[in-house]
Design a protein around this ligand. Structure first.
Ligand SMILES: *Cc1c(COP(=O)(O)O)cnc(C)c1O
Length: 387
């Protein structure tokens, strides 16, 4: 059959149901022990090749199916699952860095990734340095002979600057440095990271792939066999197993992911546009809006946006007032993570999180869920009035 439309491919995958039990859902296969017919069969099976099943930690038909689907979505060849997005990040660092090496991270990187970098630097003899997310080709000047890995995140967490991934990849590859992207925001839908040059794509499946606010899981996707083997060895050494019931929940959500993503995107742009014309708000940090640093790069490299954005309140509002705003919201709940049906709102003390933050007002991040947009806007309007 000809290459399928993306939405069709999300629904029709290569999954083979057991003989005599043809149905759409993928079976949930639990196992620690996997049985072999005889000693020769046991010796012939290799966990690294994934040509067969060897031990529950290395996967069952359920997790192999999710890995294959995630690799297909990104246009990759290999996928490894981890018990959280953060565990996937840790696996990448421990697979590719050793004492004496250097890693570069954007100043707006997901904060626990920054904390990991600082830990590696403090206790493991690895240097971790932070770069301006808008550095682009200028990253060449920061690459040292011992630099092994550059992390990117598009857009960066909370402050939402959009990096020039192709320029960073070009500079990195000229010096044989690998580029990993935290592609959680785009779910692999709005930004095609391999096409832009990334070597390693990491996802927090906790967000849109799950969509249920109920699963923690991560993934690392690659195209290169040798690179995958390095990651897979770290995955094994760290013992990163995932629960098959959770894997099933992600498989169950994948067919609707593109439609959910489009709905989050459309609603977020409507809410952001409404906030943009409010006198209380000085900046709307959404990649599709010109206030957002790197907006032109988003226009060039992305095909859509997630349901996530931040606003900076006018500096005449104190933190006490913006906290009152957040506390007065009724439909928007206060909580971390995103990607589910419920809208969320979190205020951040961004000054303490960045090396060079110029903004003056208080930053508040919104995750737009799947509620009615007019209800969400009415909720924000009444909370602004209370503030
Ligand atoms: C949520 C998130 C993670 C971590 O995912 P967990 O599954 O919560 O560990 C990593 N990166 C980004 C950008 C995220 O938003």
């Amino acid at each position: 059959m000809a290459k399928k439309n993306f939405q069709t491919a999300l629904i029709h995958s290569a999954y083979q149901a057991p003989e005599g039990f043809d149905a759409f859902p993928v079976g949930i296969h639990h196992a620690s022990t996997v049985l072999f017919k005889n000693v020769a069969a046991m010796r012939a099976r290799n966990w690294q090749e994934k040509s067969g099943y060897t031990y529950g930690l290395h996967g069952t038909p359920t997790s192999f199916t999710l890995e294959a689907r995630l690799a297909e979505i990104e246009g990759g060849r290999h996928c490894l699952l981890a018990p959280s997005g953060l565990a996937a990040i840790t696996m990448v660092d421990l697979a590719l860095l050793k004492s004496g090496d250097d890693v570069l991270l954007p100043d707006n990187v997901y904060n626990p990734n920054r904390d990991l970098g600082n830990w590696l630097a403090r206790d493991f003899g690895i240097s971790a340095r932070y770069y301006d997310p808008l550095i682009g080709a200028g990253i060449a000047a920061l690459i040292q002979p011992n630099t092994r890995l550059i992390w990117t995140e598009a857009p960066g967490s909370v402050s939402m600057e959009m990096p020039d991934i192709p320029a960073i990849c070009q500079a990195a590859h000229a010096r044989n440095v690998l580029v990993a992207i935290d592609n959680t925001w785009s779910a692999g839908l709005a930004l095609r990271a391999f096409d832009l040059g990334a070597d390693i794509i990491m996802h927090a499946l906790t967000k849109y792939q799950s969509g249920g606010s109920d699963v923690l899981m991560g993934a690392v996707i690659t195209r290169d066999d040798a690179l995958n083997q390095r990651l897979q060895t770290a995955h094994m050494r760290l013992g990163l197993g995932v629960g098959m019931d959770d894997v099933y929940l992600v498989l169950r959500s994948l067919p609707t992911m593109q439609m959910r993503f489009a709905a989050h995107d459309a609603a977020a742009r409507q809410v952001a546009a409404w906030l943009k014309q409010r006198p209380e708000i000085s900046l709307v940090l959404h990649p599709a809006f010109p206030d957002c640093p790197g907006h032109e790069i988003w226009q060039r490299d992305c095909n859509g946006a997630a349901g996530l954005f931040s606003v900076v309140f006018d500096e005449r509002y104190s933190e006490e007032q913006t906290d009152r705003f957040v506390d007065s919201l009724q439909l928007f709940k206060i909580g971390y993570s995103w990607g589910g049906a419920n809208s969320l709102c979190v205020p951040y003390r961004i000054q303490g999180m960045r090396q060079n933050w110029q903004g003056k007002g208080i930053l508040v991040r919104f995750n737009i869920g799947l509620e009615d947009v007019q209800d969400l806007i009415a909720d924000i309007e009444q909370a602004l009035a209370v503030m």
